[in-house]
Design a protein around this ligand. Structure first.
Ligand SMILES: CC(C)=CCC/C(C)=C/CC/C(C)=C/CC/C(C)=C/[C@@H]1[C@@H](COP(=O)(O)OP(=O)(O)O)[C@]1(C)CC/C=C(\C)CC/C=C(\C)CCC=C(C)C
Ligand SMILES: Nc1ncnc2c1ncn2[C@@H]1O[C@H](COP(=O)(O)OP(=O)(O)OP(=O)(O)O)[C@@H](O)[C@H]1O
Ligand SMILES: [Mn+2]
Length: 271
């Protein structure tokens, strides 16, 4: 990425990380909805050019350089409000909405900075749709990676109806034993997460050339967490699936190669 875009993504990342740490970090246990309301007012101030501290100021500077809307940031805070009070998800529709708020929003924040390639023939909404899909794919992967960790905090981010269909209950999750039922359930969840990664792929080719490599790299790295869960024989209760350094390094040239692909909308097999 260009220096200016890199700094912009860092500013967005820092704001997202601080937002996530509010409900996920060391002092998460005594975060109240009022604290999130205060955080939202700080967001409105920094968007109005009145940043609270240096890190907020970085985002204030970023929004003067790129056409970034405040809505995805407000939506992420809403996602954190949900996270404070909701510990079960009835079905995939409910889980989808949660993933939109905490992670799909990151995609929407990032596209104005990445920029859409001038030569792209894709519609803006199709590129934003792909960014949304990447955020969803990342969050679904994150959920599958952290089943044990989240259960120990009393949270289950898996669709209750699909667990019941697979003959599984919350108790099975708290017990944390890998059974055939669990493997079958996890295969279905991993398949769906991969579907969202595939949906995002076309959109990455429509971004500005200099923005594609980091997005491909990020996608390939995160997506490999799913392979690691399979390699761990679906034991995401006591083993944290992660991509080892060697595989991460190997993903970089592969991502670079993908960043040279012609934008999907310019391929002659397009109807
Ligand atoms: C190049 C690139 C990927 C730029 C985006 C970087 C960025 C702004 C990331 C912010 C991520 C973040 C901290 C979000 C806060 C909420 C949260 C924690 C989301 C979860 C991320 C991973 O967190 P972690 O693994 O640390 O989880 P724990 O806190 O440890 O539980 C998420 C899983 C989602 C992150 C979502 C993305 C990175 C989406 C990126 C999408 C794009 C850059 C869109 C690209 C455009 C197209 C057209 C595909
Ligand atoms: N491509 C990515 N996009 C967004 N977040 C990512 C990506 N890759 C890793 N992360 C997040 O960054 C954090 C560090 O990732 P990493 O895989 O290095 O963690 P780890 O489990 O400690 O593995 P390692 O031992 O390789 O450091 C994790 O919370 C992970 O979810
Ligand atoms: Mn987190």
């Amino acid at each position: 990425m260009t220096e200016e875009r890199r700094r912009a993504i860092w500013a967005i990342y820092v704001w997202c990380r601080r937002t996530d740490e509010l409900v996920d970090g060391p002092n998460a246990s005594h975060i109240t909805p009022q604290a999130l309301d205060r955080w939202e007012r700080r967001l409105e101030d920094l968007f109005a050019g009145r940043p609270y501290d240096m890190l907020d100021a970085a985002l204030s500077d970023t929004i003067t350089k790129f056409p970034i809307d405040i809505q995805p940031f407000k939506d992420m805070i809403d996602g954190m409000r949900t996270d404070l009070k909701k510990a079960r998800y009835k079905n995939f529709d409910e889980l989808y909405m949660y993933c939109y708020y905490v992670a799909g929003t990151v995609g929407l924040m990032s596209v104005p900075v990445m920029g859409i390639a001038p030569e792209s023939k894709a519609t803006a909404e199709s590129v934003y749709g792909a960014a949304l899909a990447l955020g969803l794919a990342n969050q679904l992967t994150n959920i599958l990676r952290d089943v044990g960790e989240d259960a120990r905090r009393g949270r289950i981010y898996l669709p209750q109806d699909e667990l019941a269909e697979a003959g599984l209950s919350d108790e099975d999750i708290f017990k944390g034993v890998v059974t055939e039922k669990w493997r079958k359930f996890m295969k279905r969840q991993i398949k769906r997460a991969r579907m969202f990664f595939e949906e995002a792929e076309q959109g990455v080719t429509e971004l500005r050339k200099e923005s594609r490599w980091p997005v491909w790299a990020s996608m390939l790295l995160y997506r490999q967490i799913l392979d690691e869960i399979e390699a761990n024989d679906y034991n995401n209760f006591t083993k944290r699936a992660y991509v080892g350094k060697a595989k991460k390094v190997l993903a970089l040239p592969v991502a670079y190669g993908k960043s040279l692909l012609l934008p999907y909308s310019l391929r002659n097999n397009q109807t």
